[in-house]
Design a protein around this ligand. Structure first.
Ligand SMILES: [Zn+2]
Length: 331
């Protein structure tokens, strides 16, 4: 690690105040731009609709874009990840307008791509400016507006994985366990659980606290140069499950069941985590119980095949799966 990234500067303002004279390429997922486009004033040269997270698709979008001086990411994680990639390829500044607080990708310097049934992060860039209109985000569909809570509640399982890896001597030197970092991460987790009811309701103050938590979590990962305090077996579960249920599911509806299942396997109390997910309207019943069983069985081999950092997923056995009461865990 030879570089510590920073968060993008954030402008908290109403979308109706956004004015930009530079010709702009908009990278978005429908229907995000239908709503935002009516509020902001920018000369749009092309609107690129992102459908999947692969380099191939993003390169195809690149070929479609008309000359412009700035790229706007409008939407959630998928739009941001593609826009970051395009901005780097074209050497253009990037402005991000999240339409919901649905993932931490709005703050991150990397883009997640799907490769051989798994997720890989490639270095791209952070937005040069993030425009956050909390009133607008409050009006997003309830199951999305605060769904980014999944990337914060995952601290519960991510940190536990990181500690387990330490215990097993499985952390490479670049990911050495630090109790002080786990402590900071847990403070962010507490602040997250604290704001879940208000953020879930779309209260701007609650959404602001959730935004702060996402920012602090991202910068914590930036400081240590890896994602272990926040990303572990719950994400691996989500990555594998995606192969069975296909695209189009929100990050939260795959990661949240993963958090509850992995937390149960780690011997943690899942009630508080589940309550926060419910308060943020994350659907916990999107996955068929049969699919969950299949994913849990395949997970230990999957994480080894993809050389994912060590965690509880590596230690799942048939015996442990049998002991899980899925209906009770997922509520
Ligand atoms: Zn995530």
């Amino acid at each position: 690690m030879d570089k510590i990234w920073s968060l993008p500067p954030v402008s908290l303002l109403s979308l109706t105040e956004v004015e930009d004279r530079r010709p702009a390429t908009v990278v978005t997922t429908p229907p995000a731009f239908e709503l935002v486009g009516k509020k902001i004033q920018i000369p749009v040269t092309s609107v690129l609709e992102v459908r999947e997270a692969t380099r191939q698709h993003w390169d195809a979008l690149l070929a479609l874009s008309q000359p412009s001086e700035v790229i706007y990411a409008v939407g959630g994680g998928l739009a941001f990840d593609a826009a970051k990639y395009l901005a780097v390829k074209q050497g253009l500044p990037l402005v991000g307008i999240p339409t919901a607080l649905s993932v931490d990708a709005i703050f991150a310097w990397s883009s997640a791509i799907r490769e051989e049934g798994c997720v890989r992060y490639i270095e791209t860039k952070t937005a040069d400016l993030l425009i956050v209109d909390l009133e607008f985000i409050a009006s997003a569909p309830p199951h999305l507006r605060a769904a980014g809570i999944c990337d914060l509640l995952s601290i519960a399982t991510g940190c536990s994985d990181w500690r387990l890896a330490d215990l097993r001597g499985q952390n490479p030197p670049s990911m050495t366990y630090h109790a002080a970092i786990e402590k900071i991460a847990h403070s962010i987790l507490e602040a997250t659980i604290d704001c879940a009811p208000s953020a879930g309701k779309g209260d701007p103050q609650g959404l602001k606290q959730l935004l702060d938590c996402l920012a602090l979590e991202t910068q914590l990962l930036n400081q240590i140069g890896h994602a272990r305090p926040e990303e572990g077996s719950e994400h691996y579960f989500a990555y594998l499950a995606e192969n069975y249920v296909g695209k189009g599911r929100s990050h939260a509806e795959l990661v949240c069941p993963g958090i509850l299942l992995m937390a149960a396997l780690q011997g943690q109390d899942v009630a508080i985590l589940r309550q926060a997910m419910r308060q943020c309207h994350v659907p916990l019943n999107s996955l068929d119980p049969n699919v969950i069983q299949v994913v849990l069985r395949e997970l230990p081999e999957y994480v080894r095949r993809h050389a994912l950092p060590y965690g509880i997923a590596h230690e799942i056995t048939e015996e442990k799966i049998k002991q899980l009461d899925l209906a009770q865990i997922l509520g």
